[in-house]
Design a protein around this ligand. Structure first.
Ligand code: HEM
Length: 293
């Protein structure tokens, strides 16, 4: 009986892995090469102008892709409507997620060059990469071909996105639930070198864990591992990555080698961008990123 149950779960696991691989296989770096050859340059010029105008915007656009990508279907961009309560009101997003205007601006420019070809989900993925590059961080090839959701779930956003009070076990579970490895999680947390956080996210850490007054800074991604080693991680969820546990070694490697960090961060961003995309005929290409067609 035990043997049956375990071989059944093996089969389910293999099937789930095969389905995930199939979804990923449909994304491609050349997806818009013939249908909208100017898509990527159009996105890049709007992002670069926005980041030059306000460097923090690069951080905000990167975070927007992450918060979408526990789904990767632009559901995070949808405003509440009569059918659903959107994700922008979820606890991890409310009052802190930003960059919606820039995404709207990108979409307008992209629609001007190719009508209803480029998805909002792909715009978020490309804007995240272009933001990191504009801030002096590593580059990577963005896989494309995601389509946009026709619905959103505040409940999923509340349940799936990690909290800054998480310990290592909760963090690892949140990322592995989405198919991301611990190495991906540690590398991606390097994103916290840029941007800003509200006091309520790290008040406990400052008063209960460390005397340092800290702030996320507008510098190129990569500084975080060094901060963690000197116990200066801003969020509790950052510092648990270097706290005498299994991830210490990875943090040490990233702190001692910018090249190792850059390469791991780029790989992890691609992996994150591959989380359950809608492809083929699923979903739609929205005309306006904040509402369904
Ligand atoms: C590991 C789990 C994570 C937790 C618990 C977490 C939590 C947070 C929190 C609480 C903030 C501050 C929000 C505010 O007060 O405005 C923040 C900011 C930020 N996060 Fe994360 N985050 C995580 C992972 C990530 C990942 C994977 C990325 C991107 C790859 C990311 C990118 C950012 C960026 C760039 C900011 C600054 C945004 C801005 O200045 O607008 N975070 N994060």
């Amino acid at each position: 009986m035990m043997a049956c149950a375990s071989s059944l779960s093996m089969m389910v696991l293999v099937l789930v892995a095969a389905m995930a691989a199939a979804a990923t296989a449909q994304l491609s770096a050349t997806f818009y090469d013939t249908s909208c050859p100017n898509a990527l340059s159009t996105i890049q010029s709007v992002v670069t102008a926005a980041v030059n105008n306000e460097p923090r915007m690069g951080a905000s656009l990167l975070r927007l892709h992450f918060h979408d990508c526990f789904g990767c279907d632009a559901s995070v961009l949808l405003a509440d409507n009569g059918t659903f309560v959107g994700e922008q009101g979820a606890l991890p997003n409310k009052g802190s997620l930003r960059g919606f205007d820039v995404v709207g601006n990108i979409k307008t420019q992209v629609e001007a060059v190719c009508q209803q070809i480029v998805s909002c989900a792909d715009i978020l993925a490309v804007a995240a990469r272009d933001s990191v590059v504009a801030l002096g961080g590593p580059s990577w090839t963005v896989l494309l071909g995601r389509r946009d959701s026709t619905t959103a779930s505040k409940t999923n956003a509340d349940n799936d996105l990690p909290s800054p009070s998480f310990d290592l076990v909760n963090l690892t579970t949140a990322f592995s639930n989405k198919g991301l490895s611990t190495a991906d999680m540690v590398a991606l947390s390097g994103a916290h070198t840029i941007g800003q956080a509200h006091c309520h996210d790290f008040r406990d850490r400052i008063y209960n864990e460390t005397p340092h007054q800290l702030c996320l800074r507008d510098v190129a991604p990569g500084q975080l591992p060094t901060n963690l080693i000197s116990q200066k991680g801003l969020l509790h969820s950052d510092q648990v990555l270097f706290n005498g546990s299994s991830t210490d070694n990875m943090v040490m490697i990233f702190a001692s080698s910018a090249a190792a960090f850059s390469s791991a961060f780029a790989t992890a961003m691609v992996n994150m961008g591959n989380i359950s995309p809608k492809t083929g005929t699923a979903g739609e290409i929205r005309l306006n990123c904040s509402r369904v067609n």
